[in-house]
Design a protein around this ligand. Structure first.
Ligand code: ADP
Ligand code: MG
Length: 271
């Protein structure tokens, strides 16, 4: 099956034989091993793999927080690390498990922080953030502190802060892990919708297979550490009810789930 490369389309992100090792006093830890894949504009790709296999390392490389050591890591055909560090405005957004909202700032002061730090507090940009707050149900909380909001609302606020800079690519590292099951279902579906509506290319690391299947167009399965690509799967669900639980009742859902489970079982677990 050759859905790995689409010669007619230009990838936003491209990895060719990317390897990465940590060097510490106690020795070398190889985290990524000849990892190759492409991400195309507008795709929503989920990444699953065993705990400790190198998923966060991969996202840190894609965010330009770590420098590539070997192989080729490209953002629009240019060296990613260089492009990210030369850009005036961040083009790749990053969202983590903890929302990293500042407790002493109001929601408005939090969601405009990215604009403030990048000297982009123009009326048009502020208007855009205002519209996002309104659209995603946080408008009435703009003067509240993060502690006055639910976990799900805080994640939405964190996402709006990331979106305020209009990133082209959004990296999400287990962003829903701290939420309880029901909230997680609702928030992941909300956030999936926001990402699609804003036509953002997204990479989501998750250990929740159902979440990966219901949100993503494609799922990459990584091997245990050092991570390389074990398999990938295109997801196409025939659903009539586009709710978080609706997706899970699509006839293909359990087939995808079983296939992923088997791949991961080979690699001894998920996380
Ligand atoms: P995952 O996100 O898949 O759980 P990580 O990318 O966080 O995995 O970690 C991959 C491996 O690299 C682990 O064995 C981890 O202990 C190691 N590692 C991660 N960060 C560092 C670091 N800063 N220094 C040394 N080793 C690290
Ligand atoms: Mg991790």
């Amino acid at each position: 099956m050759d859905y790995f490369t689409c010669p007619e389309k230009k990838p936003v992100l491209s990895l060719e034989n990317v390897s990465y090792s940590y060097h510490t006093l106690s020795g070398e830890t190889k985290a990524l091993d000849h990892l190759s894949f492409q991400i195309y504009p507008g795709e929503f790709v989920a990444i699953v793999g065993p705990s400790g296999c190198g998923k966060s390392t991969l996202l840190n490389l894609l965010a330009g927080l770590l420098k590539n050591q070997s192989g080729e890591l490209l953002f629009h055909h240019e060296d990613l690390y260089k492009t990210v560090h030369q850009a005036k405005i961040p083009r790749i957004g990053y969202m983590l498990q903890h929302d990293h909202l500042f407790g002493w700032r109001t929601i408005w002061e939090n969601v405009t922080l990215g604009l403030e730090l990048n000297d982009m507090m123009t009326p048009a940009n502020l208007e855009n953030v205002s519209a996002l707050l309104e659209k995603y149900g946080l408008d009435e909380f703009r003067n509240k502190k993060p502690s006055q909001l639910s976990g799900g609302m805080r994640q939405r606020a964190a996402l709006i802060r990331t979106l305020s800079l209009n990133p082209e690519v959004l990296l999400l590292d287990e962003p829903f892990s701290a939420l309880d099951y029901q909230t997680r279902l609702l928030v992941s579906s909300d956030i999936g919708k926001i990402i699609r509506e804003n036509k953002i290319t997204a990479l989501l690391v998750t250990h929740n297979l159902s979440e990966a299947i219901s949100l993503a167009d494609r799922i990459l399965v990584l091997t245990r550490r050092p991570a390389s690509l074990k398999s990938q799967m295109e997801i196409s669900l025939t659903i009539t009810d586009a709710s978080p639980l609706g997706y899970r009742s699509a006839p293909e859902f359990s087939e995808y789930f079983n296939e992923l489970w088997e791949d991961l079982w080979d690699e001894k677990g998920i996380g």
